[in-house]
Design a binder for this molecule. Structure first.
Ligand SMILES: CC(C)(COP(=O)(O)OP(=O)(O)OC[C@H]1O[C@@H](n2cnc3c(N)ncnc32)[C@H](O)[C@@H]1OP(=O)(O)O)[C@@H](O)C(=O)NCCC(=O)NCCS
Length: 96
């Protein structure tokens, strides 16, 4: 995660294939949201492949919304990136 002024940008999140679907990805995201809020971020963004249904569903469940497209963002496949934002991290710093 990068923190740029009051914006947090998730650069990478991944769970080992053998450990997926155990709530680890959600826990990692909630912890990054908590740390970002504690460091003064008020919003958070990330890019995701349109084909990545698992990640898109995870982010949507955490309040991220589709806000734009970056054309041919992924150089390996030329796939576009969906830009998602969570506009308000208020309260995320209080997660137990
Ligand atoms: C995306 C990723 C990090 C999710 O990690 P995870 O630990 O498996 O996810 P969780 O168990 O915390 O699941 C949280 C939610 O994500 C969604 N989700 C996760 N895996 C899913 C799948 N295979 N299909 C559909 N939805 C899925 C669900 O909404 C799930 O909530 P639910 O269990 O209540 O339905 C993991 O699949 C991964 O590492 N993928 C490869 C790397 C990657 O794509 N990173 C993101 C790049 S933008």
């Amino acid at each position: 995660m990068w923190l740029i002024l009051d914006e947090a940008h998730i650069t990478n999140v991944a769970v080992h294939p053998e450990y997926r679907k155990n709530n680890i990805g959600r826990t990692l995201m909630l912890e990054m949201m908590r740390r970002a809020a504690l460091m003064g971020a008020v919003r958070m963004t990330l890019e995701v492949r349109p084909s990545n249904a698992a990640a898109r569903r995870l982010y949507a469940s955490l309040g991220f919304e589709v806000k734009g497209i970056r054309r041919r963002y992924y150089t390996d496949t030329n796939e576009d990136a969906i830009i998602m934002w969570k506009e308000d991290l208020t309260g995320c710093e209080n997660r137990a």
